[in-house]
Design a protein around this ligand. Structure first.
Ligand SMILES: Nc1ncnc2c1ncn2[C@@H]1O[C@H](COP(=O)(O)OP(=O)(O)OP(=O)(O)O)[C@@H](O)[C@H]1O
Ligand SMILES: [Mg+2]
Length: 307
């Protein structure tokens, strides 16, 4: 990959707070024009990593580039950012708050106000154009802040837990906004621990735990780290099958669940049919990203504890 094809690179990033190393030699490459997820349990180091990438805090080791700039702040006008800690000026009207965020990234006030109205309308907040931030609900204010992070049409959008605090309708709107930004040509880097969003959105993802990268690849590659799973229901649901099924087979509802055998399902089906059990139901499924995440992260990192 040519360096111009990478929106973000990090090699060996390290961050210490006191004597505690919370990011421990992290590598990350975000290809341009992709939606990239940073997944990890609470305390994994996601926010710390994003802040280092953006130059809000300095790493204690390693290197990073942002839109090819070795100093992330040089790319500032081409970046949009929704921080984990939300906040807008409560006395500003929604439209002004968005234009103001654009102005901080070099957009003219006039263009910002015009785009803000369009963005609010498209986000279903057309009625709130002239509403003061303090009068908006928490989720609505978060949406306004999100629109403020895209109003200058950044090349890179960095969103830290953007879905938290949004109702299901607004979560869907946000998913559409993220896809729209990618389709416009932007790169979107976001953190989450809600696997359903990541599964639908991410072109690639990194799973981090304990400040280290545990996985990097596509959603399908993450799901393929676990074996496929078979659900089988015999015609006679009470039939005793334990001798015929793989040793990990366990009862589930009327049927059985087990891992897909290494040699596939055909030999097993042949044995079941020969023994007269028939097939009332049979499915082979890849585990969801959620299960892959839990396995990759491991129980010891269910939530990282600050010392
Ligand atoms: N300014 C700070 N001073 C001291 N420790 C910090 C600071 N910021 C973060 N930490 C610690 O660093 C670790 C990683 O925190 P970070 O906020 O990066 O995690 P996270 O993956 O974003 O978690 P979450 O999912 O809860 O947002 C945590 O143990 C946290 O307590
Ligand atoms: Mg965080």
């Amino acid at each position: 990959m040519a360096s111009s094809d990478r929106a973000v690179t990090a090699t060996g990033l390290v961050k210490r707070f006191g004597d505690r190393e919370v990011v421990r030699g992290l590598d990350l490459t975000v290809p341009r024009g992709t939606i990239y997820g940073v997944l990890g349990p609470n305390g994994a180091g996601k926010t710390t990593t994003l802040r280092m990438l953006l130059g809000i805090i300095e790493p204690d080791g390693g290197e990073r580039t942002l839109l090819n700039c070795p100093h992330p702040r040089d790319a500032s006008d081409r970046v949009g950012y929704l921080p984990e800690e939300r906040g807008l000026y409560p006395a500003m009207k929604a439209r002004e708050a968005i234009a103001f965020m654009g102005a901080l990234r070099g957009l003219s006030w006039r263009a910002g106000r015009a785009r803000a109205a369009t963005l609010l309308e498209a986000a279903g907040l057309g009625h709130a154009v002239d509403t003061k931030i303090r009068k908006l609900s928490k989720g609505m204010a978060q949406l306004v802040q999100l629109l403020g992070s895209v109003v200058h049409q950044p090349d890179l959008l960095v969103l830290d837990e953007p879905f938290s605090g949004l109702d299901p309708v607004n979560q869907e709107r946000l998913e559409a906004l993220i896809v729209g930004e990618r389709d416009r040509g932007a790169t979107v880097l976001f953190s989450t621990h809600v696997m359903a969003h990541a599964e639908r959105l991410c072109d690639r993802l990194a799973i981090i735990a304990g400040g280290r990268r545990r996985f990097e690849g596509t959603v399908d590659e993450a799901r393929a780290t676990l074996p496929q799973r078979v659900h089988y229901t015999a015609r006679d649901t009470a039939a005793e099958l334990s001798g015929l099924l793989p040793s990990d087979a366990a009862r589930e509802g009327d049927g059985w669940r087990f891992e897909l055998p290494d040699d596939g399902i055909e030999a097993l089906v042949a044995r079941l049919l020969a023994a007269g059990h028939g097939i009332a139901g049979l499915s082979i499924e890849r585990p969801r990203l959620h299960e892959a995440f839990v396995r990759i992260v491991g129980p010891e990192h269910a939530a990282e504890q600050p010392r």
